[in-house]
Structures are given as C-alpha cells and as structure tokens.
Design a protein around this ligand. Structure first.
Ligand code: HEC
Length: 132
C-alpha cells in the first residue's frame, strides 16, 4: 500500500519535473519519448508556437540568429546540441529552461505543443550527430 503511494508520488513528480537539462545530454532525459508523430498538423502547430515564442532568438531557420538575441548567443538548433540532441533532451530544455535567456516554457505551452515545436525544429534539417 505504502509502496503504491510512494510510486504515485514519484510518478507525479516525474511528470511535473522532467529530467534536468545537462551539458552533453542527460541519459534520463534521453529516455523521454516523443508521443506526438511529426504529421503535417503537428508541424503546422509547432511552427505557430515557434513563430510566437522562439523565432525572435533562434531565427527563422533555427540558426540562432534571431534579432532579439540579447544576452547569451541562442543555440543554433540545426547543429549538434550542447544539452544533447535527443528529443527528450530538447523536451527537458524547453520545459525546464537552462538560463535566464533560455527560460522554462512549461507555463506557456502545453505538453503537446512542446512536442509540436520539437517536431518543427527537427524539420529544419538533419545533421551529423543529430540522434533521435
Ligand atoms: C530570449 C531568447 C530565447 C528565446 C525566446 C528562446 N530561446 Fe532557446 N535558447 C536561448 C539561448 C541563449 C540558449 C542557450 C542556453 C544555454 O547555453 O544555457 C538556448 C537554447 C535552446 C535549446 C538547447 C540547445 C542546445 O544546444 O542544447 C533549445 C532546444 C531551445 N533553446 C529551444 C527553444 C524553443 C523551442 C524556444 C521557443 C519555445 C526557445 N528556445 C526560445 C535563447 C532563447
């Protein structure tokens, strides 16, 4: 009985707090699987999120050349990613944030839209070192 409660609390915490982003990628985050297929609908929804919230820093093609890039240089999302290139790593970066420039978007976009925007970003192109 107690173990069930502990399990339930653990699950709840796991759902609320995806693995923390880590330089080089987090093995825990890499286990998070993308439940949203990259359909045209998902890509279109992801594009809307990207244009509303991300383009100003990461630029139209994800190169990190958006005009509102203020402090740190926003990452080039078409290169090998410093926090790990798996979709789970990207998910943890977007949900948790990494810095005051790359904030957490957990309160601004739904889980589904987080995966939609990941699908959209991935559509910018595959490159060496970009693992699924
Ligand atoms: C105010 C500018 C800004 C905005 C807006 C912004 N980012 Fe970022 N982003 C950054 C910076 C700066 C970094 C590098 C952070 C670091 O090194 O800690 C980053 C890093 C990232 C990374 C990790 C890249 C890596 O190399 O591991 C991803 C993924 C990402 N952003 C996606 C997004 C998405 C998706 C959005 C929109 C929901 C977004 N960002 C909005 C500035 C921004």
């Amino acid at each position: 009985m107690l173990s069930h409660v502990v399990l339930a609390i653990g699950l709840l915490l796991a759902l609320q707090a995806p693995a923390a982003p880590r330089k080089g990628g987090s093995p825990e985050a890499a286990k998070i699987k993308n439940p949203v297929a990259a359909t045209p609908e998902s890509l279109a929804a992801g594009k809307r999120v990207y244009q509303r919230l991300c383009i100003r820093c990461h630029g139209a093609e994800g190169k990190g050349d958006g005009e509102a890039a203020v402090g740190e240089q926003p990452s080039d999302l078409t290169a090998k990613l410093q926090f790990g290139s798996s979709e789970g790593d990207m998910y943890s970066v977007i949900r948790r944030g990494t810095s005051k420039d790359m904030e957490s978007y957990a309160e601004r976009i739904s889980e589904t839209d987080t995966w939609n925007v990941i699908n959209y970003v991935r559509s910018f192109g595959r490159r060496p070192g970009f693992d699924r």
